[in-house]
Design a protein around this ligand. Structure first.
Ligand code: NDP
Ligand code: HSE
Length: 436
């Protein structure tokens, strides 16, 4: 059978990885796909570098339009990134009746509904396994493997760069900027690394997972997003002393009132498997009503791990290219007419546990004042750590872990605690999840 023809937009980290893995494992891949998969055209701004990477075997151009308008091409892989030219080219490819594979979570988290609608109307597939958790087949698991389940919640370490930074800072005592530079050198970070460190990239991925887990539209704008830039080393240390690790988690949770969609540093019990996911590794924990908890672990970033997911999509599309559109897996797992508009809850309505650290004057009654404010706010304390003041010091830290409560309760209590004359400065609040 004639091989399927592929056009590649962008041959940077993931593009080069995809080209190389496809070439190296060509035979194995076509035995699985049922026919050859051939990249016949590559578009990149740096034509000379691209030619060096692909050799003489395929055409290299500097304009992606030549790829998406090429009538010989069946599948377009978009690996440029961002929502500018990438969106334009993806929509043009769809309009030209081509299937699309993309790793671009930013594009899909913002414009996914428009892109999937266009693809649906045209009867083509848009596959995006590489957009969430790099090489881990989490989209496949959520859309297909867990299809019998009512998904209750998902919690994941879904940004390799920030997990790498947290691990290296903790284990090697390196500073933030040094580790971020190393993550960039290794090809983990986004073109704009603030997307990684401010939690935006993880929120893009959590948004996509929430959509396919709960059958809701893609709503990045409603996600609560916090990164790791405000996290202090002292809290990582205190968390460890209390038996917890701090990880940047992406969380999507079904509640009776709506859906929680949030990304923030989170304390997790150190004994959980996911708390021990280090470096650029990712892990996603999914709780389904029938299967219980399942955990997916692997490399969340980098050239070949991400290429693994891109090529899995190429194979899926190759197998299904001639199938009736209605027989394919829906883009967001649920049939388009069966999506619901379950609301995404504002962060003030979220219910979870909290780590609170306050710096206090070491005076009689300070602890009693704090605990009575918490009691008045119906917040119960799960654990507490009071540090001895250093020699000659008259101030110290108190750390409290609370049981579950609503965010707005905690915020109101913190305001009162900060107003106490014995509490010095701001209270540090970090959310805590037991993931049990
Ligand atoms: P890179 O920046 O390494 O690669 C992007 C490539 O696209 C570069 O070669 C760039 O050329 C080229 N490019 C830019 N503009 C155009 C254009 N107008 N036409 C053609 N080519 C263009 O990014 P990555 O490979 O790291 O990421 C690609 C996508 O994959 C992104 O959406 C990213 O979020 C996603 N992703 C990345 C992962 C990773 O580990 N890196 C993991 C999972 C997803 P030039 O360099 O000359 O500007
Ligand atoms: N910048 C992303 C990360 C790449 O660090 O996880 C993978 O999506």
């Amino acid at each position: 059978m004639k091989s399927i023809k592929v056009g590649l937009l962008g041959i940077g980290t993931v593009g080069a990885g995809t080209f190389n893995v496809l070439k190296r494992n060509q035979e194995e891949i076509s035995r699985r796909a049922g026919r050859g998969i051939e990249i016949v055209m590559v578009a990149d701004l740096d034509v000379a570098r691209a030619k060096e990477l692909v050799g003489a075997q395929c055409e290299v151009v500097n304009d992606g339009n030549l790829v998406v308008n090429n009538p010989d091409i069946d599948i377009v892989i978009e690996l440029i990134g961002g929502y500018g030219i990438a969106k334009d080219l993806v929509l043009k490819a769809i309009a030209n009746g081509k299937h699309v594979v993309t790793a671009n979570k930013a594009l899909l988290a913002i414009h996914g509904d428009e892109i999937f609608k266009a693809a649906q109307a045209k009867g083509v597939m848009v596959a995006y396994e590489a957009a969430v958790a790099g090489g881990i087949p989490i989209i496949k698991a959520l859309r297909e493997g867990l299809t019998a389940n009512r998904i209750e919640w998902i919690a994941g370490i879904i940004n390799g760069t920030t997990n790498f930074i947290l691990s290296e800072m903790r284990d090697k005592g390196l500073d933030f900027d040094t580790v971020l530079k190393e993550a960039q050198r290794l090809g983990y970070a986004e073109a704009d690394p603030t997307f990684d460190i401010e939690g935006v990239d993880a929120a893009h991925k959590a948004t996509l997972m929430a959509a396919i887990a709960f059958g809701i539209p893609v709503q990045f704008g409603k996600a609560h997003v916090e990164g790791i830039t405000k996290l202090e080393a002292v809290d990582i240390r205190y968390a460890e002393q209390l038996g917890y690790r701090i990880k940047l988690l992406g969380i999507a949770k079904r509640t009776p009132h709506g859906i929680e969609l949030r990304v923030h540093p989170t304390l997790i019990p150190a004994k959980r498997l996911i708390a021990n996911v280090e470096g650029a590794m990712n892990a996603v924990l999914v709780q389904g009503d029938a299967v219980g908890a399942t955990l997916y672990y692997g490399k969340g970033a980098g050239a070949e791990p991400t290429a693994s997911a891109v090529i899995a999509d190429l194979v899926d599309i190759t197998r299904l290219a001639d199938a009736q559109p209605a027989h394919r897996v829906p883009h967001l797992a649920f049939q388009p007419h069966s999506m619901t508009d379950t609301p995404i809850l504002p962060i003030s309505e979220v219910t979870t546990s909290y780590y609170l650290r306050m710096h206090v004057a070491d005076k009689l009654g300070v602890l009693a004042n704090v605990t009575s404010i918490l009691a008045e706010s119906t917040i119960s304390i799960d654990a507490m750590l009071q540090k001895e003041p250093a020699l000659g010091e008259t101030q110290t830290d108190i750390i409290m872990l609370t049981h579950q409560t609503q965010e707005k309760n905690v915020e109101a209590a913190i305001k009162k605690i900060e107003a106490l004359p014995t509490v010095l400065g701001k209270v540090t609040k970090i959310r805590l999840e037991h993931l049990s």
